[in-house]
Design a protein around this ligand. Structure first.
Ligand SMILES: NC(=O)c1ccc[n+]([C@@H]2O[C@H](COP(=O)([O-])OP(=O)(O)OC[C@H]3O[C@@H](n4cnc5c(N)ncnc54)[C@H](OP(=O)(O)O)[C@@H]3O)[C@@H](O)[C@H]2O)c1
Length: 306
């Protein structure tokens, strides 16, 4: 479906969006649809760019604090994306996400991913109920065991919740390369996992060795966190002009080049850059449109960040 149709279906015209945010839409918008990939365990399509909420959504619930974040969420949906990744351990992020989705009218459209970071089944159940309340939704699309914390017990609980229909997909996460082998070990032992979330970027390519191929071979969807290594990768190229070959990717920013590098890996399902700014959200969504780098262009990206 084209972005343009998404705007219209969402009840927003391009003109209305331009009034809402004068910088909007960036040049590449509306010219190509946002790429989608399949969730292997169900065959459901999902847009390749999502939104992370760590730190950036840990805000007060007053109107002034929520206003810029509401524009981020509106931009996400206007661009055809749906996935928001949050966690009970991200301060107020779950509550802020629920409130923003209520205000934007997108509560039912969102693909909501949260996490469990508990010890023991009773504590996990209580944490899940608190997430439902904060997110203002009974049914959560994806719940992941955060950083492999009490994994066997929490995955057992998640399988039950999935069976009951309260959770659609279950997963496990980590954010450091030294834990990638532990993720694989867990996947070897535990059945029924749909999603694996981990760090992967041009600056942290360890997942290419075993984890990404493992996920491809075993029908696992992947969520990619830390796509900019927070902002470190973007700092590395601050003020540096884009190379000529950026045109071949239809990329107009370094953030788009970094995200396209990630999306070019066939085992990647969704990248989840975090942002508190609507213009960055639009920038990141643009990375999910147009051409992706082939092996030769990926190598050129590697050289820039070497
Ligand atoms: N263990 C886990 O499960 C785990 C661990 C780490 C992360 N995660 C998930 O993955 C998400 C992403 O990782 P992350 O938040 O650590 O780091 P990240 O996405 O690599 O970087 C986020 C930073 O990049 C900046 N940014 C975003 N888009 C930009 C753009 N187009 N141009 C310039 N700057 C841009 C943001 O700036 P502004 O703040 O100015 O918008 C933000 O500070 C998290 O939010 C979380 O949902 C999960």
């Amino acid at each position: 479906m084209s972005n343009r149709r998404h705007f219209l279906q969402g009840g927003l015209s391009l003109a209305a969006l331009a009034t809402l945010a004068p910088w909007f839409p960036p040049a590449a918008w509306g010219t190509a649809p946002l790429l989608q990939r399949k969730i292997p365990s169900s065959g459901e399509n999902i847009p390749v760019i999502g939104l992370g909420t760590s730190r950036v959504f840990n805000e007060s619930l007053d109107d002034a604090s929520l206003a810029p974040l509401l524009e981020v969420v509106r931009t996400l949906f206007a661009g055809g994306a749906t996935l928001i990744d949050t966690a009970p351990s991200y301060g107020a992020a779950e509550e802020v996400t629920g409130e923003l989705l209520k205000r934007s009218g997108d509560l039912d459209r969102a693909f909501l991913a949260t996490k469990l970071s508990s010890h023991g089944k009773a504590s996990g159940e209580a944490q899940f109920r608190a997430s439902q309340k904060a997110l203002q939704r009974e049914k959560i699309d994806l719940v992941q065991v955060h950083n492999l914390m009490d994994t066997a017990t929490q995955l057992g609980l998640l399988r039950e919740l999935k069976q009951q229909g309260t959770v659609r997909y279950i997963g496990i996460t980590h954010y450091v390369e030294s834990a990638h082998d532990d993720l694989i070990e867990t996947l070897e032992k535990e059945k029924g996992v749909d999603f694996v979330q981990f760090n992967y970027s041009v600056g942290e390519r360890g997942a290419e060795k075993r984890l990404l191929p493992y996920c491809a071979d075993h029908g696992l969807a992947t969520l990619i966190n830390r796509p900019f290594q927070r902002s470190a990768l973007l700092q590395q190229v601050k003020g540096k002009p884009l190379p000529d070959w950026a045109g071949e990717l239809q990329a107009t920013s370094w953030a788009q080049i970094l995200l396209k590098f990630i999306l070019a890996h066939p085992a990647v399902t969704v990248a989840i850059p975090a942002t508190s700014k609507a213009r960055y959200m639009a920038d990141n969504l643009t990375a999910g449109t147009g051409p992706l780098p082939d092996a030769a262009l990926r190598e050129k990206i590697v050289q820039v960040f070497a």
